[in-house]
Design a protein around this ligand. Sequence first.
Ligand code: HEM
Length: 233
Amino acid sequence: MLNTFCKKIIATLKKGRAYKPYLLLGNGLLNSEGDFWKRQRRLAAPAFHRDRINNLNDLFVRHTTNLLKDWKQREGSTINFTQEMARLTIGIVCEALFGASISPDTIKTVWQQVDILNELAMQRIQQPIQLPLWLPTPMLLRTRKHVKILDDIVYGIIRQRTQNPNNKANDLLSMLTNAKDEDTGEQMSEKQLRDEVMTIFLAGHETTVNALSWMWLLIKKDKTVENQLKEHY
Ligand code: HEM
């Protein structure tokens, strides 16, 4: 009875219009619906298993320690916390997704493009009328240009993986690449891998940046908490 009810909910669940403007997301988990979403969710779930996330702890600590070392060298200067949190989280998401071989230049390019695309998507969400995505308006042409820059990076890494099946990488992309549908044995297509990678970029980066930025602001506003942290660390 409950199972039938869940099946009905999943079949009728419609994702809000908030994500539709994102040309970047394609048909990734945030946008997909119904049985297709359920299939993709099942394929992606092992990559987010608690043990897998725990395996990322060293990576979180290493990136945070590097950021603190960099702040130490810039002691006394003014920093933009949100930008610093963006730099930190995009570095972490990129390495968690693609492994340690991803270059700092690539991380910087990804960060810049995701930042611009976020800005463009916010502008589009605020427009009273949502023009069709195929129309060559200046904003959509600009969006396509920046999506292309990210596509070239992401497809490049995906092809490296899929053309080298013996690759021993142990990152999120390898888990998604090797995931097989338990009923059909099917694996994700290159386009679907790209859509899920872009979704993790956006869903994993923007949200965490905002949460961390607000956390720092609230700590700064509450002397007791700030002093407790200073005493403790
Ligand atoms: C403070 C941090 C985060 C917050 C507040 C947050 C919040 C959310 C919310 C509210 C949703 C549901 C959206 C909806 O269905 O309308 C969601 C979905 C999702 N989030 Fe997060 N998220 C965070 C961090 C992350 C991270 C770090 C990742 C990946 C590395 C991630 C990946 C996803 C994915 C893939 C979905 C789609 C799941 C699905 O529909 O099957 N999120 N998140």
